[in-house]
Design a protein around this ligand. Structure first.
Ligand code: NAP
Length: 450
């Protein structure tokens, strides 16, 4: 049976790689998924006979378009944008938009693929999608970002809608960009509808959406600790990134009694042995969300803090690692450094932050390893709650939304345990992949040959 699984996985991946040449991130995301799911598919022949894996790894459609805009100096600029509508078997497409110079189709396909199963895990009726553009918002004025977002929406608006596809934020797309995008949609369609999530609180946004991915990632980690009779209290935590996910991961980890000693950006990381408390985090929020500065300024501001240029924080000894910046930010050496220093848990706020070899190392070391599909599903879950509030024309209280988020993260955790536990050890990678797969696969089977 094991040999059959290996052969089936390798054979499947060979075909996928041939059909999607050069798309390394996409290959990686699918391989991680298929390694978990293939044994389950071989055991349940209805999925195999219906070629479900082959169908699931082919996006429903991809829209590619040019975004032309004018910079402040009057130069004409052109970027490429995409929307990957991956799978809408269990609900309208849902997933963020990323603005970053490194965005490629491969990155968006990996993100859209993972989003499909993450959304399934939340228990809410949401399909999977992702989009973005190879536009760099860094160093651009507000007006330049506005003109870019408006131009992007001139094409995107044809493809989205509250029952079709509901984008949200991601790297480079925060409150400012969502507002520009929503304002332009409203102007083009003459409709006020919940076609984007992460909106401002005065125009249909949900309380706790800003915090949801980070808070959810910490709730997931606390659930993993509780499963083994432990908790975050007193644990030293290493966080990477200093964007939306990282800031609210650090905030909640601190609130639950953890000591956060690092944060980073693409220029390096800061190490604060005394711990990043609420007051210091307020400085980072202002630095990153308002002034759009660099994390090195934190080291200039506070005593006893060191800045490590062009380095990642994974060699800093810790009990818990929260990678919250970007994909493939933990390689095998980083994973081994964390394990060597006694890390007890890794909870992924970013999408696919760990390379495949690093993920295998975490599983072999039998640490508590919460993969992104499960651990960072809190953001899209509260986006789903934002859609519900928009449809009902209601606004729920902060306490209500936070309580729902906690319940969703606990349910996701329990589904991972149900499908990932063997001999007392929970393989959260296998658990999340199988639990996410079943719901989408069963809907596809029910629809027949589509
Ligand atoms: P964000 O607010 O734009 O912050 C991204 C952070 O990561 C910044 O500190 C950025 O540093 C750093 N970063 C980006 N690219 C990097 C690179 N190549 N190397 C090193 N650092 C890099 O984005 P975000 O919303 O927090 O998203 C972070 C991760 O969480 C992404 O993987 C995203 O897909 C995932 N995620 C986000 C949400 C959400 O609700 N926002 C939900 C689920 C998952 P610089 O400022 O120097 O670029």
């Amino acid at each position: 049976m094991w040999i059959e699984q290996c052969e089936e996985t390798d054979c499947f991946m060979h075909g996928l790689e041939r059909r999607n040449p050069g798309e390394q991130e996409y290959h990686q995301a699918v391989r991680e998924f298929v390694e978990s799911v293939m044994p389950f598919v071989l055991k349940h022949r209805k999925y195999k006979d219906a070629q479900i894996l082959e169908r699931m790894t082919e996006p429903d459609r991809i829209v590619i378009f040019r975004v032309t805009w004018e910079d402040d100096a009057g130069n004409i600029r052109a970027n490429r944008a995409w929307r990957v509508q991956f799978n809408n078997s269990i609900g309208p497409y849902k997933g963020g938009m990323r603005l970053h110079p490194d965005v490629t189709l491969s990155v968006l396909k990996f993100l859209g693929f993972e989003q499909t199963f993450k959304n399934s895990l939340t228990g809410l009726p949401m399909g999977g999608a992702k989009g973005g553009a190879n536009f760099n918002p860094k160093g651009k004025s507000d007006r330049e970002v506005m003109r870019f977002c408006q131009s992007l929406m001139i094409e995107l608006h044809r493809h989205i809608g509250e029952d079709t596809d509901v984008p949200a934020g991601d790297i480079g797309v925060g409150a400012r960009e969502v507002s520009y995008l929503f304002g332009q949609y409203k102007r083009l369609e003459n409709r006020f509808a919940g076609i984007l999530t992460g909106k401002g609180l005065t125009f249909g946004g949900s309380l706790v959406r800003t915090e949801a991915t980070g808070y959810g990632c910490v709730y997931f980690c606390e659930n993993m600790f509780n499963q083994v009779g432990d908790s975050l209290r007193g644990k030293t935590c290493v966080v990477s990134g200093s964007g939306n996910v990282a800031i609210y991961t650090a905030e909640k980890a601190h609130e639950l009694g953890g000591k956060v000693v690092t944060m980073s950006d693409s220029s390096g990381f800061v190490h604060d042995r005394a711990g990043i408390d609420a007051e210091k985090l307020a400085f980072i929020k202002d630095l990153k969300e308002v002034r759009r500065g660099r994390i090195s300024e934190y080291a200039d501001k506070f005593d006893g803090v060191t800045f490590h240029a062009d380095e990642r924080p994974w060699n800093v000894p810790c009990d818990v690692a929260f990678p919250c910046a970007t994909q493939n930010e933990i390689n095998l050496d980083d994973a081994n450094a964390l394990i060597g220093n006694g890390v007890k848990a890794v909870s992924e706020g970013a999408n696919m932050p760990t390379e495949l070899a690093g993920a295998h190392a975490f599983l072999d070391a039998k640490i508590l390893y919460g993969p992104s599909k499960a651990a960072n599903a809190g953001g899209v879950a509260v986006s789903g709650l934002e859609q519900s509030q928009n449809a009902l024309r209601l606004s729920w209280s902060r306490e209500d939304v936070d309580e729902k988020l906690k319940t969703i993260m606990r349910d996701i955790h329990d589904k991972c345990v149900e499908h990932g536990q063997t001999d007392g050890f929970v393989n959260y990678v296998r658990g999340s992949n199988i639990a996410g797969f079943i719901k989408v696969a069963d809907a596809m089977l029910a629809y027949g040959v589509v």
